[in-house]
Design a binder for this molecule. Structure first.
Ligand code: CP3
Length: 344
């Protein structure tokens, strides 16, 4: 283990340390708001082969770290690589987003678990390349989608249709529970592979936690996260974990109490005072600047950044957005915020 004094600031924050200038990175920092990303994206055949090309993926993972004093790089990949590895077709329609083929039979998906590491091996190679190139003071983040969020895409063949997936979870409870079990195992193996390849932190993206009644939140979000983490520990992974249940609302209290994550990713709607309660309960916060405000810029942005630092930086805190950065965000807005937060 690294001594805490030389460990990356992001890891120190996840072990409970507070900083006047907290560590900072942005969700989707490797992406279309950077011209150098768009240039490389154009050379790739399609989005999936881009994600599975270690040379290109490592390059775009490193791009934001070259431009801004970010404390972390997040591996360039996508949450929909898991359904792909399990045997469901996945592709991206230009300007529209992800599309998935028909859901394979449960037995076929279950049989697909054993292929996940082989099919997603290029992601390990990306992580190895990035870790070798990244300065030691910057942490490398691996990630996966949470079972429920990935399932919303698998069930509906596209994104943004969470109510339909919820309806399915009521109508076909046994099938959905089996699918969640399969996703827990596949995701645990994938994340363990990322840990072995050099990831130092793992983030679980639960982008569609909103709108779930508390019993369903427990069934579809809290329990699967807790089981995924237990399985990772069983596989020998001891890295800190950040859970990001976007849209959890008041369910966040139960989530924080039941899921043994070190970091809690907050979305844009989390009140500052509520974040302080979670910090007092022992969690490191991560978030939660509104990406719309980052894009808008101006005095309102500066003021909100000050308010967030004031409210949260006396406890363990990682500055981030409350959701991914928008592709049309001006680069100088990012530069201004990251420099203010990091003091660099
Ligand atoms: O910088 C990083 O954050 C690392 C890379 C990363 C991507 N996707 C690359 C990507 C990460 C962490 C993700 C997570 C992801 N992917 C989530 C969870 C976070 C969230 O935003 O809620 C989800 C739901 C997906 C699924 C997905 N991938 C969608 C819905 C889309 C289309 C919408 C869009 O933003 O275009 C993608 C495509 C995608 N994943 C892009 C990138 C950079 C853009 C595609 C392109 O470059 O053409």
């Amino acid at each position: 283990m690294l001594q805490s004094s030389v460990a990356p600031r992001l890891l120190r924050a996840l072990s409970g340390e507070a900083f006047d200038s907290p560590p900072v990175w942005f969700m989707r920092q490797a992406g279309r708001f950077l011209p150098e990303y768009r240039a490389i994206r154009e050379t790739a055949k399609d989005f999936i082969s881009f994600c599975l090309n270690p040379e290109l993926a490592a390059e775009v993972t490193l791009q934001p770290a070259r431009r801004f004093p970010f404390d972390a790089a997040i591996v360039f990949a996508d949450i929909l690589l898991i359904p792909l590895a399990l045997g469901q077709a996945v592709w991206f329609e230009a300007g529209e987003g992800p599309r998935l083929g028909p859901l394979p039979e449960i037995d076929r998906l279950r049989a697909g678990i054993d292929a996940v590491e082989d099919i997603l091996r290029p992601v390990s190679e990306t992580l190895r390349r990035v870790r070798a190139a990244l300065e030691p003071e910057r942490a490398l983040i691996g990630f996966a989608g949470a079972p429920w969020t990935v399932l919303t895409y698998m069930l509906r063949g596209r994104g943004g249709e969470q109510p339909e997936a919820r309806a399915h979870a009521y109508a076909h409870p046994e099938a959905v529970d089996q699918l969640i079990d399969i996703l827990i195992e596949a995701t645990a193996r994938y994340l363990a592979m990322q840990a072995a390849a050099g990831a130092q932190v793992l983030q679980i993206f639960e982008s569609w936690a909103e709108g779930l009644p508390d019993d369903q939140f427990l069934r579809l979000v809290t329990d699967p996260h807790a089981r995924l983490i237990a399985r990772l520990r069983e596989l020998g992974v001891d890295l800190p974990i950040i859970g990001f249940p976007r849209g959890a609302g008041a369910n966040l209290t139960a989530y924080a109490a039941a899921v043994p994550v070190q970091g809690l990713g907050l979305d844009t709607q989390t009140p500052l005072a509520f974040g302080q309660l979670l910090q007092a309960g022992g969690k490191t916060l991560q978030g939660a600047l509104d990406p719309l405000l980052l894009r808008a810029g101006g005095p309102a942005l500066d003021q909100r950044v000050e308010e967030m630092l004031e409210a949260w930086s006396s406890g363990p805190y990682i500055f981030n957005l409350g959701h991914g950065i928008l592709p049309d965000t001006p680069i100088d807005h990012v530069d201004r915020v990251v420099r203010r937060v990091s003091g660099r």
